[in-house]
Write a protein that binds this ligand. Structure first.
Ligand code: SAM
Ligand code: SF4
Ligand code: SF4
Length: 335
């Protein structure tokens, strides 16, 4: 097992399978910038499924037990079910999950389930239809996502998690409706503090609603109780409704950073490794794949992780300032 400079192991690999998306959420891919003329990665720069499988195998040998497929919008990647089939067979991988905006689930959920995918996270910021249209950046229909949610329920995906990024002045006044809806379905709702990822969303701390405020609001309306951590590097603080109907999670990277236990690494669509969500530097490992010898790849990954000292959110918290330098965009490494 390889440890970084702060003795953190590597446990969790996030794979971005495409840099493209069918939404233009303003906090991630603002439509003014990612318009029709924007040049996404050409096909020959995108990692193939075989290359992803090879990289994932090496990570599993280094102690990774969890993989999450993400993007851009991962359901835009053709034949994603074939990649799922490959990844679930890797020895040591105990947990394979997908994060999606859910818009194309009606088309692909069944195939993915047949391929062996059982865990899914769907990003839904609001159940107000007009606000959903606005927050998707493309006038997307909420009903299409909710149909996708119904379908994954029927197929038996478990757990089903819902990610909600909370932005002050945007969806923060509509959170109780969403909570009630997801609670009635018994799924896990996870509130994510709006983060200063990337360089384009014009983030300002005044747009962040601290998780503590949402805890208070939910407790007043429904009654909630905190839960123990299930494992040391768990990112979300978990709570449950007092009536036992469902669980809620809070990912509070702004108000309560968790860098100390961060064991995640991210693989971009074009084969670069990012050791932090806020990195400005990706380490190219695609070129290492030219050799058939996996030892080269393993050594490179060990070197990258061994030199890691990232703690961006902790530093932001301690200094009360965000880093002014350029950072990788969220859609390129998938959150
Ligand atoms: N397109 C997929 C989706 O939206 O679920 C997967 C990729 S998306 C980048 C992964 C997660 O990152 C989503 O839940 C999204 O809401 C979250 N996200 C994007 N930008 C964010 C930001 N600035 N702060 C917090 N979360 C963000
Ligand atoms: Fe697309 Fe997901 Fe980013 Fe929204 S958050 S623009 S759905 S990648
Ligand atoms: Fe991990 Fe970087 Fe986030 Fe800290 S800021 S928790 S090191 S990804």
């Amino acid at each position: 097992m390889v440890k970084d400079l702060f003795n953190r192991p590597i446990k969790d690999l996030r794979i971005s399978v495409t840099d493209r998306c069918n939404f233009r959420c303003p906090y991630c891919m603002p439509a003014e910038i990612y318009g029709e003329r924007y040049k996404f990665l050409p096909k020959d720069q995108v990692l193939s499924f075989e290359q992803i499988e090879r990289i994932a195998n090496v990570f599993a040998e280094l102690g990774v037990s969890k993989i999450r497929l993400t993007g851009g919008e991962p359901l835009l990647r053709q034949d994603l079910d074939l990649l799922v089939k490959k990844l679930i067979q890797i020895p040591g991988i105990e947990d394979l999950a997908l994060t999606t905006n859910g818009y194309l689930l009606y088309r692909y959920a069944e195939k993915l389930h047949e391929a062996g995918l059982k865990r899914i996270t769907i990003s839904i910021d609001t159940i107000d239809e007009d606000l959903f249209k606005e927050m998707s950046g493309v006038n997307a229909e909420l009903s299409t996502v909710l149909e996708g949610l119904d379908l994954v329920e029927r197929l038996g995906f478990n757990p089903i998690k819902i990610n909600t990024v909370v932005q002050k002045g945007k969806n923060d006044k509509k959170l109780l409706d969403l909570a009630e809806y997801i609670k009635s379905k018994g799924h896990i709702l996870r509130f994510i503090e709006y983060m200063d990822v990337g360089n384009l969303n014009g983030w300002d701390k005044s747009q962040v609603v601290p998780s503590a405020a949402i805890v208070k609001m939910l407790d007043k309306k429904f009654g909630i109780t905190p839960l123990e951590k299930q494992y040391i590097n768990e990112v979300a603080n978990r709570w449950k409704y007092n009536d036992g109907s469902a669980e809620i999670g809070f990912i509070s990277s702004v108000s309560d950073p968790f860098c100390g236990n961060c064991s995640r690494i991210r693989l971009s669509t074009d084969g670069k490794l990012y050791t932090c969500l806020f990195s400005d530097l990706g380490f190219d490992i695609k070129s290492t794949l030219d050799s058939d010898d996996d030892k080269l790849l393993k050594d490179k990954i060990m070197q990258i992780w061994g030199n890691r000292s990232d703690q961006y959110s902790q530093i932001r918290f301690d200094t009360k300032k965000k880093k002014p330098t350029k950072k990788i965009e969220m859609y390129a490494i998938g959150g």
